[in-house]
Design a protein around this ligand. Structure first.
Ligand SMILES: [Zn+2]
Length: 494
């Protein structure tokens, strides 16, 4: 059996003014051919799971292209077309394949295209024709669209947030695509898009409404007629008509069952809609609470400045308050400011400098903050994920500096990367267990690796492009009415 393999992954925050161009992909991942298998084999990623399953099934992989960039603004046309055309050309040249495995996101918005994944899958379908099965892994934050559903045989959305089941979903996609290719199953699928736009802060799957919906989905999956169920919590910061929660059910040759289960899940999600409304204390209140808390480390989650949700990653409001109050034994992980890293590098380790940090990308993450500090360490920004997410995958933060501002250690990075792993603090020589306060720029993902070490977690409502307060965004193109933006939205029965 021969399986074609490709990845194109981006979560697009259409409110961001940082274009996702070729350089952003090169900073994260842009690789071709056999190198993909070498890099991803054994990692906690979808590709890692697909590779493991293919090897176990004795299937030959035809790896084409793997492209990913940190979430930011729209994917520029040239890099999008480059990756897509290369994938299509190699698929055409590959000869007979028995199945196609695509690792996509679900919330990618290229310039001029609302539904990037639907566009990619439709183009792949055109090359392989109707009889070659296509299975796609999608992020939990995918905004499900009609083309994705109709052009792929199977979609496999992550079932966890933090996303700790990526490898499992990759394995599942590879095994099921082989089942379809061999004629063992005949997928019939249904989807629903209730008028729900949950902020990401209330989407965690350990508890709350998503847990309850997934408990029901898990029950449904016990039926041997059910191939898979995916509940996409959606990505509200992509201002497109499909943004929001999506339900997808695949059954084995039973369309009526798929429709019935999808309708029931959409209804249950709707019934829990009020639990998706999220609030957190403001910056001053949160910092005061952290200082009053017992033990260490206390994590302050800077939820709205999460680069993993397309925020700038250079927000200054929590740092400003730490400096104002004179906090000691604190870490800010991590602040995206390549210019500040350069200043630190020029000054050298041990130098004392005054410079503005952060607040440079736009006016939605606080103003630049002038600080005086000592350059504590400099590094090339290379580390390896050790937490439950992306385990074993190398990370690259680019040139990295630690600026010590009266015992507030600010980790300055050159490549945007969400702080989801304490390794991003350890690798610059700081022991996170010894610090009183860890400011972590992440909405939910940090929980997988920081919850086990944090004495307490305090969520903070600071400004930023991944804020849970959706009323702060000037939406133009999402469906209206939609809950919670329009509290009186009525349910549309199927
Ligand atoms: Zn996600």
């Amino acid at each position: 059996m021969r399986l074609f393999l490709a990845m194109l992954s981006h979560e697009t925050n259409t409110f961001s003014n940082v274009p996702t161009d070729r350089a952003q992909f090169e900073a994260r991942d842009l690789r071709y051919g056999g190198e993909i298998v070498e890099t991803y084999r054994g990692t906690g990623t979808c590709l890692g799971g697909m590779i493991a399953a293919a090897e176990r099934l004795g299937a030959a992989l035809v790896p084409s292209v793997a492209a990913a960039a940190s979430p930011a603004g729209r994917v520029t046309r040239d890099i999008y077309e480059h990756v897509k055309q290369r994938m299509l050309a190699e698929l055409s040249a590959a000869g007979r394949v028995d199945g196609v495995l695509l690792d996509l996101h679900g919330a990618m918005v290229p310039e001029g295209v609302d539904d990037g994944e639907g566009d990619v899958i439709a183009a792949v379908r055109k090359v392989v024709g109707p009889s070659v099965p296509i299975a796609v892994t999608l992020d939990f934050h995918g905004n499900l669209g009609r083309d994705m559903v109709s052009q792929a045989d199977l979609l496999h959305g992550y079932k966890t947030y933090p996303h700790v089941d990526m490898a499992e979903r990759g394995r599942e996609a590879a095994e099921r695509v082989a089942d379809v290719a061999s004629g063992a199953i005949h997928p019939t699928v249904a989807f629903r898009q209730p008028r729900l736009l949950p902020p990401i802060a209330s989407q965690r799957t350990a508890e709350g409404p998503m847990r309850r919906i997934y408990d029901l989905a898990d029950e449904m999956e016990k039926d041997p007629k059910v191939v898979s169920v995916s509940i996409f919590a959606g990505f509200p910061y992509a201002d497109i008509p499909d943004a929001g929660l999506g339900v997808y059910v695949a059954t084995d040759d039973d369309q009526a069952l798929a429709e019935r289960l999808a309708g029931r899940l959409a209804r249950v999600a709707w019934e829990h809609r009020h639990e998706f409304v999220h609030s957190a204390p403001g910056v001053k209140d949160a910092v005061a609470r952290a200082l009053a808390a017992e033990g260490r480390p206390i994590v302050l989650a800077d939820m709205a400045d999460n680069t993993g949700g397309g925020a700038a990653g250079d927000g200054t409001e929590i740092l400003r308050e730490l400096v104002r109050v004179g906090v000691r034994s604190a870490v800010v992980a991590c602040l995206w400011d390549a210019a500040a890293v350069q200043r630190c590098t020029q000054a050298g380790i041990g130098a004392r400098i005054t410079l503005p940090v952060g607040g440079k990308v736009d006016d939605r993450h606080g103003a630049p903050l002038e600080v005086t500090g000592t350059v504590r360490t400099l590094s090339d920004g290379r580390f390896v994920h050790r937490g439950p997410m992306m385990t074993g995958l190398p990370g690259r933060l680019g040139p990295t500096a630690v600026l010590d501002v009266d015992d507030i250690k600010v980790i300055l990075i050159s490549h945007r990367w969400q702080t989801l792993d304490p390794e991003m603090i350890r690798f610059v020589g700081i022991d996170p267990l010894m610090e009183k306060i860890l400011v972590v720029k992440s909405t939910i993902h940090y929980r997988a690796a920081f919850e086990p070490i944090a004495r307490e977690i305090i969520e903070v409502d600071a400004p930023g492009l991944s804020s849970s307060n959706l009323a702060r965004f000037d939406f133009r193109r999402i469906r209206r009415p939609i809950f919670p933006l329009d509290p009186d939205t009525a349910y549309e029965p199927e």
